[in-house]
Design a protein around this ligand. Structure first.
Ligand code: SF4
Length: 217
């Protein structure tokens, strides 16, 4: 029986993506090889954080929660190879399945049906070199691309990235998130409107509800 290193599992409201506002069970796996400047879950970065949990037990907890959505996040979920097995098992349940990934690993092995939210790391993250550009070639319906922006220069970089890689074709939602406390959200809105960028502004709803320091909600 396979195990995963789990930081926490809890019920909450999905705070981001096009499914923001839905009740969900959030599974946060432990461990991430990146060190983004704005990371809001540094406690889950160490590979020995959290605890080991059998995939069977995780599935039982998700089933007991009985939410319409389950979100697998981290840390970086794809840094643990058995996360693919977990995703496959989750897909067999009667709920939608989202994966949030930093975009540093290939998503090719992620089973069809999982809604993938793939981060594109900007220069302001400090991890722009980690972007796995090949992922852009295998985007499918249900996937979303997310940019966390730390300032005007990140915005310009993201705008150019979208145009260079022709992501503005309309089939994949493009999410722009202001790094918490680093951009005035109204400024980002104004830039997006001025440039007619086909992106969705998103705030982190869970932080607006429970505060930016809250854990396990
Ligand atoms: S990828 Fe996510 S968990 Fe890892 S350092 Fe960046 S923000 Fe934090």
């Amino acid at each position: 029986m396979h195990h995963l290193r789990v930081y926490e599992i809890y019920d909450s409201i999905q705070g981001e993506s096009t499914l923001a506002g839905m009740a969900c069970t959030l599974i946060r796996l432990a461990g991430c090889p990146l060190r983004c400047t704005y990371c809001d879950t540094p406690r889950a970065i160490p590979t020995d954080s959290g605890h080991s949990m059998a995939i069977d037990a995780m599935i039982r907890q998700v089933v007991a929660s009985d939410r319409p959505l389950v979100l697998l996040t981290g840390g970086e979920p794809l840094s643990q190879r058995h996360s693919i097995e977990l995703l496959t098992r989750l897909l067999a349940l009667d709920c939608m399945v989202q994966l949030e990934t930093a975009g540093a690993y290939s998503v090719k092995e992620v089973p069809v049906g999982v809604r993938r939210i793939i981060d594109i790391k900007t220069p302001g993250s400090g991890e722009v070199e980690r972007n796995c550009i090949e992922n852009l070639a295998c985007l499918t319906a249900g996937d979303e691309i997310k940019f966390v922006l730390t300032g005007r220069s990140d915005y310009v970089w993201a705008r150019n990235f979208i145009r260079e890689h022709q992501l503005d074709r309309g089939d994949i939602p493009l999410l722009f998130s202001p790094a918490w406390g680093q951009i005035v959200p109204g400024d980002l809105c104004a830039w997006v409107l001025k440039d007619h960028l086909p992106v969705r502004m998103q705030m982190q709803m869970h932080k607006a509800i429970w505060g930016s320091e809250a854990e396990g909600v």
